[in-house]
Design a protein around this ligand. Structure first.
Ligand SMILES: Nc1nc2c([nH]c(=O)n2[C@H]2C[C@H](O)[C@@H](COP(=O)(O)OP(=O)(O)OP(=O)(O)O)O2)c(=O)[nH]1
Length: 130
C-alpha cells in the first residue's frame, strides 16, 4: 500500500511565510509546522490543503506548486508541501485549532522551533522568501 499523504501549505504574504504552533499532542506541543493535514480518501492533495486551511485558519487559499521533496514521516506517512497564497490578501488567518500563528521572514526561519520533518524543508522554504 502506498504511504498516506500529509499536505502542508507554505502560505506566502509580503515576503513572509505563515507557521502555526501545535497545541497537542504533548510531545510536539509548542513546536511549529505548516498549516495542513491528512489527505482524505478520494480527495486531491490541493483540495485537502484548501479544506485544512478553512478548518485551521478560517481562510481560503490558492494553492501553487510543489515545494521541496517528499519527506517521509513515521511509517506509512509522507509530507508533501505546496506553495500557497491567501485568496483574499486582506483576510487575517486565525489560530482556530492551534496555539498561535506567526508570519516569518527569511532571517527568522532558522530560529523557529519546527517539527523535525520540517527542518528538512527549510532550504526549500528559504528559497521562497526574499
Ligand atoms: N500539518 C502539518 N503536519 C505536519 C507537518 N510536519 C509534520 O511532521 N507533520 C505531521 C504532524 C502530524 O503527525 C501529521 C499531520 O496530521 P494532522 O495535522 O492531521 O495532525 P493530527 O495529529 O491532529 O492528526 P491525526 O493523526 O490525529 O489524524 O503530520 C507540517 O508542516 N504540517
Amino acid at each position: 500500500m502506498s504511504a498516506r499523504v500529509i499536505v502542508g501549505a507554505a502560505i506566502l504574504r509580503g515576503g513572509t511565510l505563515l507557521a502555526q504552533q501545535r497545541a497537542y499532542p504533548p510531545e510536539v506541543a509548542g513546536l511549529w509546522e505548516l498549516p495542513g493535514g491528512r489527505v482524505e480518501p478520494g480527495e486531491s492533495e490541493r483540495a485537502a490543503l484548501r479544506r485544512e486551511c478553512v478548518e485551521e485558519l478560517g481562510v481560503e487559499i490558492e494553492v501553487g506548486s510543489r515545494v521541496g521533496p517528499n519527506v517521509p514521516l513515521r511509517a506509512g506517512l509522507v509530507l508533501k508541501v505546496y506553495s500557497a497564497e491567501l485568496a483574499d490578501p486582506a483576510a487575517e488567518p486565525q489560530p482556530l485549532d492551534h496555539k498561535g500563528l506567526r508570519w516569518i521572514d527569511g532571517h527568522s526561519l532558522e530560529s523557529v522551533r519546527w517539527l523535525p520533518a520540517d527542518l528538512e524543508l527549510l532550504p526549500h522554504l528559504r528559497a521562497l522568501l526574499p
